[in-house]
Design a protein around this ligand. Structure first.
Ligand code: CA
Length: 224
């Protein structure tokens, strides 16, 4: 289980990291909001612990942006100000839980565990990015209410991209997760399938959701 901690106070960040590592989690720490947002977009985490008061972009703004990008990773907000208004703002921005500072590390760990349990139970069956929608039970894709026919492989590719919405997916990651290869077949397989998928989900619609990030991979998201 991989957790991202965005916290600017080195001492607090170090305490949190130690406590979570002792519980068997792996932990990445970012000291400000912009680094936190970049890390949250670049890699898959099982949970985020997000301080509200941060230098640069604050925690609520990071959270709002991640949710706009379609990310559903559970988020625990931390704040020195324990006011009701702030808690409401946090929940409205898409937080799953809220912990006022100062807190006991044992409580933090318990809340993180609860967060991850709940998110496991509520894995969404209908994935959405803008007006693109994928029902993982019926395996039906729709955009703007129009049904889209997918082959089995196109479906797997789209499901993976939608579950990773807002995050960059490298070519090798797609080869592993969608084709189950642990080696690079050295063909343009991925490019061909991305092109086919784009024909189906983007060609006749606006805005374009599936972006190519040159030299890095692919990104499915509602454009900012
Ligand atoms: Ca802070």
């Amino acid at each position: 289980m991989h957790i991202l901690v965005v916290e600017d106070e080195p001492k607090t960040a170090a305490f949190i990291r130690k406590a979570l590592q002792a519980e068997g989690f792996t932990v990445a720490v970012c000291p400000d909001g912009d680094a936190g947002l970049a890390a949250g977009q670049a890699a898959a985490f099982d949970a985020l612990i997000l301080d509200i008061m941060l230098p640069g972009r604050d925690g609520l703004s990071v959270l709002r942006r991640l949710r706009e990008l379609g990310q559903r990773t559970p988020v625990l907000l931390l704040s020195a100000r324990g006011g009701v208004n702030e808690r409401v703002a946090g929940l409205n921005a898409g937080a799953d839980d809220y912990l006022p500072k100062p807190f006991e590390l044992a409580e933090l760990v318990a809340r993180v565990r609860a967060l991850m349990r709940r998110s496991g139970e509520h894995k969404p069956t209908v994935l959405r990015v803008a007006d693109l929608q994928l029902d993982t039970l019926t395996r039906q894709a729709r955009r703007g209410g129009q049904e889209i026919q997918l082959t089995a492989r196109e479906y797997r590719l789209l499901e993976f991209l939608m579950r990773s919405a807002g995050r960059l997916c490298g070519r090798m990651t797609l080869i592993e997760k969608v084709w189950d290869y642990d080696f690079d077949p050295g063909t343009n397989l991925v490019e061909v399938y991305i092109r086919r998928l784009r024909e189906k989900i983007d060609a006749d619609f606006e805005p374009k959701l599936l972006q190519t990030v040159r030299g890095a991979g692919y990104l499915l998201q509602q454009p900012p």
